[in-house]
Write a protein that binds this ligand. Structure first.
Ligand SMILES: N[C@@H](CCC(=O)N[C@@H](CS)C(=O)NCC(=O)O)C(=O)O
Length: 203
């Protein structure tokens, strides 16, 4: 049976990973729509009509078409997991932290981590990029560690879509965020063991 939710991706481990994980946490039916870059699928007029940038993930939910992995997760959490995987609007303080960590994950952390995988052509460029990522990770630890040392999840109220975003990005900088850092190691161990993450093949 086909589901009304379709998730366009290239592989389980691209940025569709966090969306698939959230879909699994929410128990929603969905269809993975695998695209092959080498076959030109990302450039096809049909796909460009859904996502003119020719990137993944893109989520189609009936007449709603959304791109940007964080945007898709925010949409799914509000529509299908309101008050369960995201704080309610009237819970202003938790909702503020929820916004903070959702945007931190992509806007601060992933932006930096992604530099290691793009436009690094020479050993010199690699050395400079890695030194930059290492330095930035030290800064990120100053906000992550105090929270993860005192509570189980990134929000005090419990597991949320913000954990999904964060935990799907952290492994990209494993060497600098997790080495000799029990707070993040223990957090990731917990996240990786979640049945929905296993079903979604995130790690
Ligand atoms: N900020 C976007 C980034 C999307 C993105 O760059 N996706 C990569 C795959 S993870 C992509 O589609 N690259 C284009 C390509 O491979 O040609 C998001 O979080 O969804």
């Amino acid at each position: 049976m086909t589901s009304s939710i379709q998730l366009y991706c290239k592989a389980y481990q691209d940025r569709s990973d966090r969306v698939r994980w959230l879909l699994e946490e929410l128990g929603l039916g969905y269809q993975d729509m695998f695209l092959k870059k080498s076959a030109g699928d990302l450039d096809s007029p049909a796909y460009r009509a859904l996502n003119p940038m020719g990137r993944v993930p893109t989520l189609v939910d009936g007449s709603i078409v959304v791109h940007e992995s964080a945007g898709i997760c925010l949409y799914l959490a509000d529509r299908y997991g309101y008050g369960k995987v995201c704080p309610r609007l009237e819970d202003w303080s938790e909702r503020a932290f929820y916004h903070q960590w959702m945007t931190f994950s992509v806007g601060s952390l992933e932006c930096v981590v992604a530099r290691m995988f793009t436009h690094v052509r020479t050993p010199e460029e690699k050395a400079v990029t890695h030194a930059f990522v290492k330095e930035q990770c030290e800064i990120f630890k100053t906000v992550l560690n105090p929270v993860l040392e005192r509570q189980e999840y990134i929000l005090q109220s419990g597991f949320s879509a913000a954990d999904i975003m964060l935990a799907s990005v952290i492994p990209g900088a494993e060497e600098w965020l997790m080495t000799d850092n029990p707070a993040i190691q223990n957090y990731m161990k917990k996240m990786m063991a979640r049945p929905a993450a296993v079903r979604a093949k995130v790690f």
